[in-house]
Ligand binder design. Structure first.
Ligand code: SF4
Length: 371
């Protein structure tokens, strides 16, 4: 099958490897752009959240490139992700698109149904190829997250503005072309040295700001107006709290064998939120508390307009900010968000955080596990 799928940050690099391993031809949509959003928004119900519109735009652009199948992930819980796939399938049908639509759900006890969907993808696959493809895809997913983290650390202290982004793009292209785990390792080894060469040792230590929020908006640079890059250029090292590899481990592997528990997040969010509210709402609150305890200089919370779980988190974060004496900025994005206003808010926030650090001294030596 010629399979297209929505973008989610740089995850297409891992998805392509996975689909090739299954014997399919991946049709990666063009990078998300204004056209993608306009196309998706034009065919979407007006009140749905921004990720729905962009994802639909990706699907339509993938079909334009010749895909005959669309792959989408499903979900469950109080937020709207659970019915995204079905509505998008119906919308594509109504637009006369003759494509197969496969929604991969996060298993929730209904393993038979999950297996039926997965079989649609693996029908022509030899077990050895499946294992090789999955291994390569997993290695690429972990590698691309490491590359992006290296870029976040190097950007605020780079020798020349833009070098890090350029180097990251080149490294991701090499990763995309890698055909074995050994090649991936060599891309990573080069990149570790390459990113450290980009740093200017004379530059002052960067501020460290944690990033929390709705997963799609955090990970997809078009949706968050290249937030991480903007902060990096303002001298801020962004500390991500969302990892796609961690999400897959928790929600697919650990859940499948009953090892996933929300208890650690509930403990962190105690006193603010008692349980799961859909999407990443609980994570946003819990991880903000964790970031404050790790003495980060500030927290940026990003959410799409009308995202129910994050609207709840947004109502709670000012209290986290007061209790833990950490500045928090909540940014709401939709298709009408203007770059100038967005940039001004970031500059004002970074200015506030910087003055606060200068006035009060650093909140402490921010140290994260494994750093
Ligand atoms: S978490 Fe928010 S943005 Fe994401 S699907 Fe649910 S409501 Fe929409």
């Amino acid at each position: 099958m010629r399979i297209t799928f929505p973008h989610l940050g740089s995850s297409h690099i891992a998805v392509e490897a996975f689909l090739r391993g299954l014997g399919h031809e991946p049709i990666t949509p063009p990078p998300t752009s204004r056209r993608t959003l306009e196309l998706g928004a034009f065919h979407s119900p007006a009140e749905v959240c921004l990720p729905f519109k962009i994802v639909l735009g990706n699907m339509l652009e993938g079909i334009e490139q010749g895909a005959d199948c669309v792959l989408m992930i499903g979900g469950w819980g109080p937020c709207r992700l659970g019915y995204y796939g079905e509505i998008q399938r119906l919308l594509l049908q109504a637009l006369g698109q003759q494509v197969q639509f496969i929604t991969l759900e996060v298993p929730r006890g209904n393993y038979g149904k999950y297996w039926t969907h997965f079989r649609q993808l693996t029908a022509v696959t030899r077990p050895g190829d499946l294992v090789r493809g999955a291994r390569l895809s997993w290695a690429k997913l972990n590698a691309l997250e490491e590359l992006e983290t290296l870029a976040l650390q190097s950007r605020p202290v780079e020798k020349q503005r833009g070098l890090t982004t350029q180097y990251l793009e080149g490294s991701l292209r090499r990763l995309q072309q890698a055909e074995s785990v050994q090649e991936i390792e060599s891309v990573l080894s080069w990149a570790r040295l390459g990113f450290s060469d980009l740093r200017d040792p004379a530059k002052p230590s960067p501020l460290r700001v944690g990033l929390v929020g709705e997963i799609y908006t955090v990970v997809e640079a078009f949706c968050n107006l290249r937030l991480e890059e903007r902060l990096g250029h303002l001298g801020v090292e962004v500390v991500r709290t969302i990892s796609l590899a961690e999400w897959v481990t928790n929600h697919i592997f650990k859940k499948a064998v009953g090892l996933f528990s929300l208890a650690p997040l509930r403990r962190l969010a105690a006193g603010y939120l008692t349980g799961f509210i859909g999407g990443h709402g609980l994570e946003s609150v819990a991880r903000s508390v964790a970031l404050a305890r790790q003495n980060l200089d500030g927290i940026v919370h990003i959410l799409p307009l009308s995202c129910m779980p994050e609207v709840v988190a947004r109502g709670i974060l000012p209290r986290v900010s007061r209790d833990h004496q950490v500045p928090v900025l909540s940014l709401v994005v939709d298709e009408h968000t203007g770059e100038c206003g967005f940039q001004t808010r970031l500059e004002a926030f970074v200015d506030l955080v910087r003055r606060r650090v200068e006035h009060l001294g650093p909140r402490g030596q921010a140290r994260l596990p494994g750093r």
